[in-house]
Design a protein. Structure first.
Length: 135
C-alpha cells in the first residue's frame, strides 16, 4: 500500500531515496532550504517540493506532514535531522520517523525514544569489517 512520505533534506541521499520511493509508487514531499538541491530530482520523479527549513512548523505543515505515514530526515546535520524527527513524532504524531545521524555512540539513545536511526558511519564500518575479515 502506498505511503505518504515527507523527506527532509534533498542532498544525494534524500534525492536517491526519493527516486527509489517514487519508483515504488509512494506519495512524496521533499523539503530543503536550498532551491538548487531540490533540482536534484529529475522531471521523471513525481514529488512535491517545499522550499524551507525542515524544522519549521510552518514549513512542515505546508508539506502536509499531518497526513504523513513516515517522515525521514536525511540532511547533512545531525541536529536538524533529530529535531525534524522529534517534531514529526511528538508534535505531528507521525507514526514512523527516521533520522540519519553520524555518531554511532548516540544511536541507542535516539532509538529508545522511538526514532529509527540510520547511521552511515556504523553501516560503513560494519561492511568494511565484513569485507576485511572475509575468507
Amino acid at each position: 500500500m502506498p505511503k505518504r512520505i515527507v523527506i527532509v533534506g534533498c542532498g544525494r541521499t534524500g534525492a536517491e531515496l526519493g527516486r527509489i520511493l517514487n519508483r515504488d509508487g509512494h506519495s512524496l514531499v521533499m523539503i530543503d532550504n536550498d532551491p538548487e538541491s531540490l533540482k536534484r530530482l529529475s522531471g521523471d520523479v513525481k514529488v512535491r517540493t517545499v522550499l524551507g527549513n525542515g524544522v519549521s512548523l510552518t514549513i512542515l505543515k505546508e508539506s502536509g506532514i499531518e497526513r504523513a505515514d513516515v517522515c525521514v530526515a536525511v540532511t547533512n546535520r545531525n541536529c536538524v535531522n533529530l529535531a525534524a524527527a522529534l517534531i514529526a513524532q511528538r508534535h505531528f504524531m507521525v507514526e514512523r520517523v527516521v533520522a540519519r545521524i553520524t555518531d554511532p555512540r548516540s544511536v541507542n539513545l535516539w532509538e529508545s525514544a522511538g526514532i529509527h536511526i540510520l547511521c552511515p558511519t556504523a553501516v560503513l564500518a560494519s561492511e568494511a569489517e565484513r569485507i576485511i575479515l572475509a575468507t
